[in-house]
Design a protein around this ligand. Structure first.
Ligand SMILES: [Zn+2]
Ligand SMILES: [Zn+2]
Length: 259
């Protein structure tokens, strides 16, 4: 079997990744408009009708904003935690006709040929999770939106064949920038977002013996630069900076394949 994945967009303006094993194909988060999601799927050669469902990490708009709308339009089920569903409901976002399936942050789920392993993360959302996706042999770890690394996160991501890893900000750019103090504190805090250096430390703590793809994701347009993220990760693990991919807001990244 082959696990193939690509990103439609990554960053606070909207996140969406697509992963497939055989005929099972899921969106991981749905933060772009319905029309934009359709347009970018087409760019990857995919029709919405070919999707099996949507996995949602947490209720923040850049991840869950259009999940119900897209699911309703294309009759797809949505997987999300109880807390995410409740938090969305409090914002007046209800699934309506959309079929929802509850994720337990400690339990694997099978969606067709795709094995989904959710794991819990510290982030300022109700019950956020991130995911490891697998075809049973190779594993893709996706980790964005976490304030700090934990032993649980590192144990879960160890041994992955591919990693999409948050490099949200450079601490010097963040603190030297013009965001209000409360926002800087939120972003840099233990329930905010991962900075380049902490992402590097996390990466260095993992078993990387199988790692073939490394992509920096969820970069702040204001408080980060691709070169800084690459430099931090490359410095932490001693690889070529140019080997590290960048998931961008406008383009995401193209198909990558694991066998
Ligand atoms: Zn986010
Ligand atoms: Zn978030």
């Amino acid at each position: 079997m082959t696990l193939r994945f690509a990103s439609l967009a990554s960053g606070s303006g909207g996140n969406c990744l697509v992963a497939e094993v055989n005929r099972t194909r899921v969106l991981l988060d749905c933060g772009l408009s319905v029309a934009e999601t359709e347009r970018r799927l087409e760019r990857l050669g995919l029709a919405p009708a070919s999707l099996s469902g949507i996995l949602v990490t947490h209720e923040h708009d850049d991840h869950a904003g259009q999940a119900y709308a897209f699911a309703a339009e294309h009759r797809l089920p949505v997987w999300l935690t109880f807390g995410t569903r409740a938090a969305l409901a409090e914002e007046g976002k209800h699934p309506g006709e959309v079929e929802t399936r509850t994720i337990d942050g400690r339990a694997r789920v099978a969606i067709g040929d795709l094995e989904v392993q959710p794991f819990t993360v510290p982030h300022d959302a109700r019950e956020p999770v991130q995911f490891v996706l697998s075809d049973g042999a190779v594993r893709l770890g996706v980790l964005t939106d976490l304030g700090t690394t934990t032993a649980h996160v590192e144990a879960t991501l160890s041994g992955c064949d591919a990693l999409v890893l948050e490099c949200n900000h450079d601490l010097d750019l963040l603190w030297g920038g013009d965001y209000p103090k409360w926002l800087k504190e939120r972003i840099a805090g233990p329930f905010g977002h991962l900075d380049n250096r902490t992402a590097g430390r996390l990466l260095a703590a993992l078993d990387r013996s199988r790692l073939k793809h490394l992509i920096a994701a969820h970069l702040s347009q204001k408080n980060n630069r691709p070169a800084l993220a690459r430099e931090a990760l490359a410095g932490a693990i001693g690889c070529e900076a140019s080997w590290i991919g960048i998931a961008t807001q406008d383009e995401g990244f193209g198909w990558r394949e694991l066998r």
